[in-house]
Design a protein around this ligand. Structure first.
Ligand SMILES: CC(C)(COP(=O)(O)OP(=O)(O)OC[C@H]1O[C@@H](n2cnc3c(N)ncnc32)[C@H](O)[C@@H]1OP(=O)(O)O)[C@@H](O)C(=O)NCCC(=O)NCCS
Length: 167
């Protein structure tokens, strides 16, 4: 294995390196979501439902990218969803993104998943091209989102709960 080769591993503990890597990478994915701190990372790493993968340049090299695989049992099978794929700007185009996704597919298969889902905004052109190149096919389905924060502003009562009866 050469020093510059991309190596993907599962994060099994939270250390300063992982916290710093997330602090550098998450803003390159989302301008609104704050990076996870040590507590949030510990929750992710410690849960069987979230597999945190990191890509390094070389076995002991720096973390250059990350991906989280959500993996949990639902009535119809093992659900596997790829989330939050991001590679540091300076390391892009070297196969780290592809290596992360390939590793997630292997991990999902080993866990008994029959398929792996992900969503990606159409304007993320590089990402969409990457997923198609790796064999992802576009599904015909409706993707919905309920915004709990907006809804709380509009309706002070939590979704799904009726306000208490007056009187
Ligand atoms: C999408 C992303 C994870 C891909 O990571 P990556 O390590 O660059 O991925 P790869 O090197 O495996 O492939 C990148 C593609 O860009 C091309 N590329 C070449 N040089 C490049 C460069 N300097 N910068 C970016 N892409 C480059 C690669 O050849 C490859 O093209 P192809 O898929 O048409 O073959 C990365 O661009 C990224 O973090 N983007 C911002 C966050 C994002 O959009 N995440 C996806 C959320 S759904």
């Amino acid at each position: 294995m050469t020093a510059g080769e991309v190596v993907v591993e599962e994060a099994t503990e939270v250390d300063d390196e992982l916290v710093s890597a997330m602090a550098a990478l998450v803003p390159q994915l989302s301008s609104s979501a704050p990076p996870p701190g040590p507590g949030e990372l510990a929750a992710m790493v410690g849960s069987p439902a979230s597999v945190v993968l990191v890509a390094r340049r070389g076995v002991a090299g720096p973390i250059v990218g990350t991906l989280t695989l959500a993996l949990f049992r639902i009535p119809t099978g093992v659900q596997a969803i790829i989330e939050d794929v991001v590679v540091d700007q300076a390391a892009r185009g070297s196969g780290a993104g592809a290596a992360l996704v390939e590793a997630a597919l292997a991990r999902a298969k080993a866990a008994g998943a029959r398929r792996v889902d992900l969503t990606s905004r159409p304007d993320r052109e590089v990402a969409n091209r990457l997923y198609r190149r790796l064999g992802f096919e576009q599904r015909r389905t409706n993707v919905y989102r309920f915004d709990l924060e907006k809804s709380a502003e509009r309706h002070p009562h939590p979704a799904g709960r009726l306000p208490p009866e007056a009187g």
